[in-house]
Design a protein around this ligand. Structure first.
Ligand code: SPV
Ligand code: MG
Length: 431
C-alpha cells in the first residue's frame, strides 16, 4: 500500500480539497497534514477555527486515514517522518512565492524516489466565494485586533511596515519574497503620524486630527487583514484619549503607541533641534492608566513610547520611565533614538531585559538602520517598525517623474520606469 500525503491550511473543506483527496485515495493510504496554528500565524494565514477543530474537520473526510500536524510551511519534517510515496497539492503553487516550497518538496522526494503530483486547482464560483469569505473574516475587528498579541507570542520579531493609504496597505499586505526556500512578509502595519501627515501635505504636529487618522485607518482596513499599530502621537487630552481607545478597539486596531511628550509635538527625528517638551512621569502615567481603564477587550495594547534618548535626557531617565509606565499599565515599551549607531538602543534593551523579560519592546530603526531584525531580536526586541521608508521611496520617484515630464514636454522618457498600464488597471482585485 502506497502512502499519499497532502497538507491543508484551510478552515473550510470545499470541492477543491475533495478533488485532491479523491485523487490521493486512488493512489493509496491518505495522510493529511494540518498546518499548525504556529505555522499559519507565522505565514499570515490566520486560522479562524482552532488547530484541534481543523484536525477534527480533516479527519471527518471519508478516505482520510490519518491527520498529522505539519509545524512549518516547509515539508522537511513531515517528509522525513512519513516518507510518503506521493505528495499531492493544487497546481496553484507552481507560480508565485509558494513555487519555492514546491521545488523544495520535489527535491526532498527525489532523494528517495517519491513523486510530487500537482492537481489542477478548482476555480469555480463557490470555491472563490469561500476563499473570499475566509479572507474577509480575517479582516473583521475581533480577528484582526488580537493578532498582534498572537504574533508577539509566536514570531521572533514582528516585522511592521508603514501604511498611510489603501495602496500602501496593499503593499504591506501582499508583498512576499522567497529566499532560500522560505517565504518572508510583513506581519503588521504602522499608521505613522509622519507619513499620514505627509501624504496629506501637512506637518507632523498633530495637525491631522483623529477623525482624519481614523479615515486613513479605515481605508487601510478595507483592503487588508494584517494587524494595525497606530502612531497615536501624544494621545492628546486624556479626556479625549479614553474615547479614542474605545473607537480604535471597536475598529479592530491592535495597538496604539503614545509618546511621552506634551504641548506642541514635533517629529522625533528633529531631536533637540526644535523645542519639544517631555511629559512628566505622573502626567503620562495617568494618561496610560486612563486608557487602560477605558479598554474593553484583553486584545488591545497601549504602548508607551519614551523620548528620553531623543531629547538627550539620558539612559537612566529612559529606563526609569519605562518601568514607571509599565507600572501604570503600559502593555509595551517603544524606545526611540535618532543616533546613526544602535548602541544606545541596544544598551537600553539589554538593561531593560535584565529586569523585565516579558513586556514587549518596540524599536523604529530609521536612523540606526544598519542593524538587522535578528540582532535586535537577540537584544530582546519584539516589534521592529519600518516607519517611513515607503513614503520616502515613493516621493522622490514621483518628483523625478514630474520634473522629467516638464523637461521633455512629453511622457515617453519616463515610461521605462513606470508600472505598465495593464498592471496598474489590474492591480486591485475586483470582487
Ligand atoms: C512616525 O512614523 O510618525 C514616528 C516615528 O513617530 S518617527 O518619525 O521616527 O518619530
Ligand atoms: Mg509619529
Amino acid at each position: 500500500m502506497k502512502t499519499v500525503y497532502t497538507c491543508f491550511c484551510t478552515d473550510v473543506i470545499h470541492e477543491g480539497h475533495l478533488n485532491i483527496i479523491e485523487a490521493a485515495h486512488k493512489l493509496g493510504k491518505v495522510i493529511v497534514g494540518a498546518l499548525s496554528d504556529k505555522a499559519l500565524i507565522r505565514y499570515n494565514k490566520f486560522p479562524t477555527i482552532s488547530q484541534q477543530e481543523r484536525v477534527k474537520l480533516y479527519r471527518s473526510i471519508a478516505s482520510v486515514e490519518e491527520v498529522v500536524i505539519q509545524d512549518d510551511m516547509l515539508y522537511d519534517d513531515v517528509i522525513t517522518l512519513i516518507h510518503p510515496d506521493y505528495v499531492l497539492h493544487g497546481d496553484n503553487w507552481k507560480e508565485g512565492p509558494e513555487a519555492a516550497i514546491r521545488a523544495h518538496v520535489e527535491k526532498l522526494l527525489s532523494q528517495y524516489g517519491g513523486q510530487l503530483i500537482d492537481i489542477p486547482y478548482t476555480y469555480n464560483e463557490v470555491v472563490k466565494k469561500i476563499d473570499l469569505q475566509l479572507r474577509e473574516k480575517l479582516a473583521m475587528p475581533e480577528f484582526r485586533r488580537k493578532r498582534l498579541r498572537q504574533l508577539i507570542e509566536i514570531c521572533p520579531v514582528v516585522k511592521t511596515i508603514e501604511a498611510h493609504s489603501g495602496l500602501t496597505g496593499l503593499i504591506a499586505e501582499k508583498t512576499v519574497v522567497e529566499q532560500d526556500g522560505k517565504l518572508d512578509q510583513f506581519d503588521a502595519m504602522w499608521v505613522s503620524s509622519l507619513c499620514d501627515s505627509t501624504a496629506k501635505g501637512k506637518p507632523d504636529i498633530e495637525l491631522v486630527d483623529m477623525s482624519s487618522r481614523l479615515r486613513t485607518i479605515d481605508d487601510i482596513m478595507e483592503v487588508t487583514t494584517k494587524p494595525i499599530i497606530l502612531d497615536g502621537d501624544t494621545g492628546g487630552l486624556t479626556e479625549h484619549f479614553v474615547y479614542n481607545v474605545r473607537t480604535l478597539e471597536r475598529m479592530g486596531v491592535s495597538a496604539v503607541i503614545l509618546e511621552d511628550k506634551t504641548g506642541l509635538k514635533k517629529n522625533s527625528l528633529f531631536g533637540t533641534e526644535v523645542e519639544q517638551t517631555q511629559a512628566s512621569i505622573e502626567e503620562f502615567s495617568e494618561k496610560i492608566s486612563a486608557g487602560k481603564r477605558a479598554q474593553l477587550t484583553d486584545d488591545f495594547m497601549i504602548i508607551a513610547r519614551i523620548e528620553s534618548l531623543i531629547l538627550s535626557r539620558g539612559m537612566e531617565d529612559a529606563l526609569h520611565r519605562a518601568f514607571s509606565f509599565i507600572e501604570a499599565g503600559a502593555d509595551g515599551i517603544m524606545i526611540h533614538s535618532r543616533k546613526k549607531e544602535p548602541d544606545e538602543i541596544l544598551e537600553f534593551c539589554d538593561r531593560f531585559r535584565s529586569e523585565n523579560r516579558k513586556t514587549p519592546l518596540v524599536v523604529v530603526p530609521s536612523s540606526f538602520n544598519t542593524i538587522t531584525e535578528d540582532e535586535l531580536a537577540r537584544h530582546g526586541v519584539n516589534i521592529v517598525i519600518y516607519a517611513n521608508q515607503l513614503t520616502r521611496s515613493a516621493f522622490p520617484a514621483m518628483q523625478q517623474t514630474a520634473e522629467d515630464i516638464l523637461r521633455y514636454h512629453r511622457a515617453k522618457e519616463v515610461d521605462d520606469r513606470l508600472m505598465p498600464i495593464k498592471q496598474i488597471i489590474t492591480l486591485i482585485d475586483e470582487l
